[in-house]
Design a protein around this ligand. Structure first.
Ligand code: NAD
Ligand code: 89V
Length: 344
């Protein structure tokens, strides 16, 4: 079998990481790129030596010649582009957040199913090396049966300089960053049926919330807290590290600053550093996220070859996206929200 050919739509801030990731996979070749902004198209096309360049996704699909499409645009265009891919029966990866609304996301899953194509949401945080290490430690049974957890991301990092649109949306931290943390909570503790959330906006220069505290009731009885903040000024800036705390029937697990993992069990206390690899094209402090891009892309190619849906398929990610919707609803109403009602 020859190389798998891909196309990429959206040549912005984050897509450069995706292009590097694809370049590292020997069996993959990005043969076409698209951006409605000619300058971005030129920059990324020149950097990665891609000759087929399009200002319109419709024109790129009409010309064809690729086995999958990687959609790296911002959320407003996701539904139209996934539906376009489905109309051409081209398997698609779509960046998070899945869609502007849960209704759009459900329609996108339906379109992919109808077309018989794979759809993966690029939900990469569960592919971070430290998060995979937590999952493995949990699966080893060392701390027994987990009954409580916390997924925490608290930072004062200026995300707005690289991604100015984040300052403008009515929704900010839950939709952009909390979505990753909620997915990690699902990955580690299973699906959740009830959500209670509180939000705040501390930075007066932005439109959306920059602090959120969420309480989740998981189906298996675990209670978790997912807390995210971009208004937290710490002595040492931890961006973009996610901290994890898990209490189990036999012990505890803690993932803390500088990727230090402590697993305390009846066998003793084991400490290790579960730091991400610094890929050749990566740069600190983003290397943790950048490595997870490469790992989720490898997973996509493996699943494409085997004909199975990826772990973060559109259908799977509906459950993460429902938690986002539930959090906004809960914060607005000041009450607990049943997540299943949103998915029905
Ligand atoms: P960006 O604004 O820098 O880039 C988006 C690009 O898409 C722009 O160049 C724009 O011209 C182009 N575009 C938009 N609609 C288009 C369309 N219909 N056709 C062709 N081109 C179009 O945004 P970004 O910061 O790169 O974010 C892109 C997406 O990646 C967002 O959904 C964001 O949430 C996500 N993101 C994910 C991670 C992660 O770790 N998974 C990190 C950062 C951003
Ligand atoms: O991962 C993301 O979606 C990014 C950031 C880590 C900056 O929130 O937008």
């Amino acid at each position: 079998m020859g190389r798998i050919k891909g196309a990429l739509i959206g040549c912005g801030f984050f897509a450069v990481n995706q292009m590097h990731g694809w370049q590292d996979l020997p069996d993959v070749e990005i043969v076409a790129i698209c951006d409605r902004d000619p300058e971005r198209l030129r920059l990324v096309g020149d950097q990665f030596a891609i000759s087929r360049r399009y200002l319109s996704a419709e024109a790129m699909f009409a010309d064809g010649g690729f086995d999958f499409v990687d959609i790296a645009t911002t959320v407003g265009s996701h539904r139209a582009l996934v539906e376009l891919a489905a109309s051409y029966k081209v398997p698609a990866i779509c960046q998070k957040p899945f869609a502007p609304t849960l209704e759009d996301a459900k329609a996108m899953v339906e379109a992919a199913d109808q077309a018989g194509i794979a759809l993966m949401i690029h939900e990469n945080f569960r592919w971070q090396t430290p998060i995979l290490a937590v999952k493995e430690a949990l699966a080893s049974g060392a701390i027994g049966v987990p009954f409580w957890g916390r997924i925490s991301f608290r930072s004062g990092f200026d995300v707005f300089s690289g991604q100015p649109y984040l300052a403008k949306g009515k929704r900010f931290i839950i939709e952009d960053l909390g979505i990753h943390s909620l997915d990690i909570a699902r990955f580690l503790f299973g699906d959740a049926s009830r959500m209670t959330a509180r939000t705040a906006r501390i930075n007066p220069a932005i439109a959306g919330e920059d602090v959120a505290t969420m309480l989740l009731d998981h189906d298996n009885g675990i209670t978790s807290i997912v807390d995210v903040s971009y208004a937290t000024k710490l002595p040492e800036e931890p961006f973009p590290e996610t901290f994890v705390e898990i209490d189990g029937s036999k012990g505890t697990l803690r993932l803390g600053k500088d990727y230090r993992l402590t697993v305390h069990s009846p066998d003793g206390t084991k400490e290790s550093v579960v730091a991400p690899n610094l890929l050749l094209w990566a740069s600190r402090p983003w290397h943790n996220i950048q490595e997870s891009v490469a790992l989720i892309q490898k997973h996509w190619i493996e699943r494409l070859a085997s004909g199975q849906q990826p772990d973060t398929s559109g259908r799977d990610n509906l459950k993460t996206f429902a938690l986002v919707e539930a959090a906004y609803l809960s914060a607005a109403r000041g009450e607990t929200v049943a997540v299943g009602d949103l998915l029905a």
